[in-house]
Design a protein. Structure first.
Length: 439
């Protein structure tokens, strides 16, 4: 019988600490770090605070209510943010109330952040990272990554995208048009609040060095925010926004040119959707101006790993880009939080267990979260903080299976050691990291 190393490791861990694992699941903890996690998955030294912000983007096109052949109505678009930040507190731990995928079931998540505590004012302002969820999703979906990064000296703002959450899922066209607009608006608004004495963000965040994390449709928006204009065929497709409203993001258009913001310095795109539908052509992808780190499962059948995700990575563009692949993982690779205990029950609303929205049938979610935390820390420390020492964590043998663990007795490694930096022996199995230099 062929033994699966990842499954075996999970079984061993469960045998050794079954009650602890069961308790973590029952408590819906988002802050779990496994013993076999890579080095930089560990939480940083800063206590973490969290606050909720309610924003309004005025006079926006109401894509959800647009009708064919008619001038689209406008409205003040509401956006809710969860903002994590390094905090001045001796406390640790708090709760989040959120909804499951069915849009009805309320659950409580437990993490390390403390609600509404005083920020820890830095000598040097913290870089900003914006998080953009999938369709549907909400601002808590990537909370394990958000809390973790905040503990390492970042302000992290995760968006509830109107018309795209579990509670208010609307027409798909609204998500297509609004994702990059929301991402840019949040950057502008946090920049405004950073200079306002009435905001807790005052003097806290440096928006000139901003990163963006997108998952699925959030990653679709991130690719556009990075500079890729959409194709003519995407604008007119039957699944696109009505009245060709997506044309504001068309490659070569003035509206798309004006959308680009050079304050975005690094993009982390997890399972980006759209290329498999012809969202971008070669000319559009060649407009990307921001370094790109992509994460994906090799059998993703939503964004289509081969025809979608890889095509983005392999396209010619003038920036560094990486592709981290989880072998045999599907669309839920790396991004979603561990499935809440309440999600294991079949939902009458959905007709299936919401568990499927969060979990992967092959990979353990906490394991993937830890790997995402490790590489996100590497990527943003390198690109936003200029920490060149982190580059060694990207200088890897492409296929982790081919890495050689060769340690000396008493410590240190032999010259033939090529195992992935930051990973313990045998723990990089099932991973591949590819790199393309600017074209």
């Amino acid at each position: 019988m062929k033994f699966n190393l990842l499954a075996g490791a999970c079984i061993v861990a469960m045998m050794g600490s079954g009650p602890a694992i069961a308790e973590n699941r029952a408590e819906n903890r988002i802050d779990q770090i496994r013993p076999d996690a890579p080095e930089l998955a560990a939480y940083g030294t800063a206590p973490v605070g969290v606050r909720t912000l309610n924003l309004t983007n005025p006079n926006q096109i109401n894509v959800a209510k647009a009708e064919a052949g008619k001038e689209p109505p406008r409205y003040d678009r509401p956006l809710t943010l969860e903002v994590w930040y390094p905090a001045k507190t001796d406390q640790m731990g708090g709760e989040y109330r959120t909804l499951l995928r069915d849009g009805k079931t309320e659950v409580t998540l437990k993490g390390r952040a403390v609600r509404d505590v005083e920020p820890l004012k830095p000598e040097r302002k913290y870089p900003l990272i914006i998080i953009s969820h999938g369709y549907p999703g909400n601002r808590m979906l990537l909370s394990p990554l958000a809390e973790n990064l905040a503990s390492k000296g970042y302000v992290v703002a995760s968006i509830d995208h109107t018309d795209s959450t579990y509670a208010d899922r609307g027409p798909f066209g609204s998500t297509l048009v609004n994702r990059p607009l929301d991402q840019k608006f949040v950057l502008d608004e946090i920049s405004r609040q950073e200079t306002s004495s009435n905001s807790f963000l005052s003097g806290l965040v440096d928006t000139s060095t901003t990163g963006l994390i997108g998952y699925s449709m959030g990653a679709y928006g991130a690719v556009i925010t990075a500079g890729a204009g959409v194709s003519d065929s995407a604008v007119t497709a039957n699944w696109s926004a009505p009245n060709s409203l997506l044309a504001i993001h068309k490659a070569g258009s003035e509206t798309h040119r004006q959308l680009f913001d050079q304050r975005f310095k690094a993009i982390l795109a997890i399972a980006p959707w759209g290329m498999q539908r012809g969202m971008w052509d070669a000319a559009g992808l060649a407009e990307i101006k921001v370094p790109l780190f992509i994460m994906a499962g090799s059998v993703d059948d939503v964004s289509d790993y081969q025809k979608g995700i890889r095509k983005i990575f392999e396209a010619k563009m003038p920036v560094d880009r990486y592709l981290l692949t989880f072998d045999n993982a599907n669309h839920n690779a790396a991004a979603p939080m561990p499935a809440p205990a309440e999600s294991w029950k079949v939902s009458e609303t959905l007709g299936y267990a919401p568990f499927d929205h969060y979990a992967d049938p092959v990979w353990d979610t906490v394991r993937m979260n830890n790997i995402a935390q490790h590489f996100a820390s590497v990527w943003f420390d390198l690109k936003l903080k200029g920490d060149q020492d982190k580059a060694r964590y990207l200088d890897l043998v492409e296929d982790a299976e081919k890495g050689v663990w060769s340690a000396q007795q008493g410590g240190g490694f032999k010259p033939d050691h090529t195992y992935w930096a930051g990973f313990k022996n045998r723990t990089a199995k099932g991973l591949k990291l590819e790199h393309r230099k600017p074209d």
